[in-house]
Design a protein around this ligand. Structure first.
Ligand SMILES: [Cu+2]
Length: 672
């Protein structure tokens, strides 16, 4: 693979010549710049407004047989052009064509099925490798077949329906590409986005809405034509000279004089940061990778490695109007720094009237929330395992293992095999010198017990799934292997390290020689975009459809409530206050290339009063993204009918009605 990669770089590279072409251990290197942009195209700090990624809306919401809501989302991975540097456009790969991709927001207990389409070019336009993808939702205890296993690849023209359980406590997650050997370049090209899981605890104490701000921080270097440059210094890492926040170089955000919550994700493929404020003031860390900490921590700076998430409160009420507060980067050992990599973004304090309506506007919390990981005791542990992270010749290893060995073993080889619900201590040692390794363990949240025998840093005293293992450091981690049986990855989140080949796997509660119903590659396959997924055993099977039924059978009737941050449906003037209608589908038929007719009613519960509601009908045929079929208004008797000729080109087998008065219903569709 590494030979192929080098060839690809020679053929498709953009000619960035790094100053550090050999894999020499880095202490700290300073240089002027890495990009080859003309000075008029080189971005300067604090010229751009901070962009906020769009919040993705579900195409529809259904109710699982056990009563849990399930939001259906669809994303296209595609090539696009981004405006990052002045005067030039930059080719990227993006979720729905943006970098970062759209933010997904969901409440605890509500599930998500995400149809992830691959409509990327077959080969990377610059670097030549084949653009197969695997999507990992980092921070989610997903089943193995939905965890973005490196070899669970979705090729061009295919999609995979990922299921996300969202039963865990509130946290900041992110979804990103995890394709075997190409994760670094695909994430660097733009396949990364935030995902926010909300719950009632977090929702009552921390700022929400526009005061709950995602900050996805990354770095990049650019060729003279504005395209991304790539030089990973013989798989040591890439250190760009331009710092991006939400895809914009060194942006500025206007703030009110109140407390803001920032969800800071380090999406750099190698660089680590040490964030601080230009004022030297403390910031309040309230959440780590796995959600709320037991207690808030005041820090003036913190070390932040790749893929780590910290939720940080900054109180701007103490600054005068007109004050500019910069978020800076003090950097850490083993990074390469350039003239402006010590700056990240700036906040301008405005005289805008202060909105204090939501939680957390004025008071910094102190006590937050307990969690499983932070409540574990070392006496719960049944086993201690030790592993080293290091470079052996020209390949990176973890616990003496590489991912190629896992693949060659037919996915049988494991680094560890805890039983379900076992608690273990894992000790990770980085003694080879010259590098830091942010190590990510899939599935679990862990507690950092110690670093070199000392207490963990203040900022990491919360549930974690990535731990920064700096040069000469040994960390002890305590974790419980709960929720799911199966195979999960463990790897370095310096992505060139991960790709070459610092990744292994562990098994939970299974013998990898036995058949595995949750096999990460075999259990749920990708399928052609716009075609129904083949039937396969999954945690929550799609509702059965009865295509030959004479009359459609109502499957569910439930008041629809919107997912996080969605506006309430407009209620008709005559609606009883606070009451939702009951929607019924009485007949549903779609004869392909002939006609399509749906009829039903909309009334208030316990009465015959009609609603004069507007009904939107969706195609919710299992295995493909929901699509809008049409809109119809209920008449004065509360009856409605939608008739279309010849109807959609693809057979509809399930339909959902959503009323403007709040009710929904789902039914199977007669096809003859
Ligand atoms: Cu590493």
């Amino acid at each position: 693979m590494s030979v192929t990669r080098r060839q690809a770089l020679q053929i498709g590279g953009v000619g960035i010549i790094g100053a550090f072409g050999l894999a020499v251990p880095l202490t700290s290197v300073n240089a002027k710049s890495a990009s080859q942009l003309a000075s008029r195209n080189m971005p300067k700090p604090f010229q751009r407004t901070l962009p906020i990624p769009e919040v993705l809306r579900p195409s529809s919401t259904v109710v699982d047989p056990d009563g849990h809501k399930r939001h259906l989302y669809k994303i296209e991975q595609k090539a696009a052009l981004a405006n990052i540097v002045p005067g030039l456009s930059t080719p990227i790969l993006g979720y729905n064509g943006t970098f970062p991709g759209p933010t997904i927001k969901v409440n605890q207990g509500e599930r998500i099925t995400l149809e992830m389409d691959n409509v990327l070019p077959l080969f990377h336009p610059q670097w030549g490798y084949r653009l197969d993808t695997s999507t990992h939702l980092h921070g989610s205890a997903s089943l193995p077949q939905f965890d973005g296993y490196a070899n669970d690849l979705t090729g061009l023209g295919y999609c995979k329906d990922y299921e996300y359980p969202n039963f865990q406590p509130a946290r900041t997650l992110w979804y990103h590409d995890h394709a075997v050997h190409n994760t670094a370049q695909s994430v660097y090209s733009g396949l990364a986005a935030q995902y926010h899981l909300h719950d009632e605890v977090e929702g009552s104490i921390l700022p929400q809405g526009r005061f709950d701000v995602p900050l996805t921080v990354s770095d990049a270097m650019f060729a003279a034509n504005g395209s991304l440059g790539y030089n990973d210094n013989t798989h040591s890492g890439l250190w760009g000279d331009v710092i991006l926040v939400n895809g914009a170089p060194w942006p500025v955000m206007k703030v009110q004089r109140r407390i803001y919550r920032f969800r800071i994700l380090n999406a750099s493929i190698a660089r680590s940061y040490r964030f601080s404020l230009s004022t030297g003031d403390a910031m309040t860390i309230v959440a780590t990778d796995g959600g709320l900490m037991p207690a808030a921590q005041q820090v003036t700076n913190w070390r932040h490695g790749g893929a780590e998430r910290y939720e940080v409160l900054i109180d701007f009420s103490k600054y005068p109007v007109g004050k500019r507060v910069e978020l800076r980067n003090l950097s850490n050992k083993n990074n390469v720094d350039y003239d402006f990599t010590n700056r990240v973004m700036a906040f301008d304090v405005t005289d805008e009237p202060v909105d204090t309506s939501g939680p957390g506007a004025r008071v910094l919390p102190t006590l937050l929330a307990p969690s499983t990981a932070m409540s574990l005791k070392t006496s719960d542990s049944v086993k201690t395992r030790r592993m080293r992270v290091k470079r052996d010749l020209d390949v990176w290893t973890i616990g003496g293992m590489t991912w190629d060995e896992v693949v060659e073993s037919g996915y049988r080889k494991v680094l560890a095999n805890p039983d379900l619900d076992d608690v273990e201590i894992w000790e990770i040692e980085n003694s080879s010198g010259g590098w830091f390794h942010p190590v990510h363990i899939h599935l679990v949240d862990f507690q950092v017990l110690s670093r070199n025998g000392q207490a963990p840093f203040a900022h990491e005293r919360g549930p974690k799934d990535v731990v920064y293992v700096g040069e000469g450091e040994t960390v002890r981690l305590l974790m419980k292997f709960e929720h799911h049986r199966g195979r999960y990855m463990i790897h370095c989140h310096n992505l060139p390290h991960e790709d070459h080949d610092m990744m292994a796997q562990f098994s939970v509660g299974i013998d990898t020689n036995d058949p595995d119903p949750n096999h990460p590659v075999e259990a749920v396959k990708p399928h052609l975009i716009n075609q129904t997924a083949p039937a396969q055993g999954t945690e929550a099977p799609a509702p059965q459809t009865t295509e030959a039924a004479e009359v459609a059978t109502p499957v569910t009737t439930t008041p629809a409530t919107s997912p996080v941050a969605s506006p309430p449906a407009p209620a008709p003037a005559a609606a009883p206050v606070g009451q939702k209608d009951v929607v019924t589908i009485t007949s549903a038929r779609h004869r392909l290339r002939k006609d399509m007719t749906f009829s039903g009613t909309s009334r208030y519960a316990g009465s015959t009063a009609a609603t004069s509601a507007t009904i939107v009908l969706y195609d919710v045929t299992p295995g493909r993204a929901a699509a809008r079929l049409g809109t119809v208004k209920a008449n004065s008797l509360g009856n409605w009918t939608l008739a279309v000729k010849p109807g959609p080109a693809k057979q509809v087998t399930a339909v959902k009605a959503e009323s403007s008065a709040g009710g929904t219903a789902t039914a199977s569709v007669r096809t003859s």
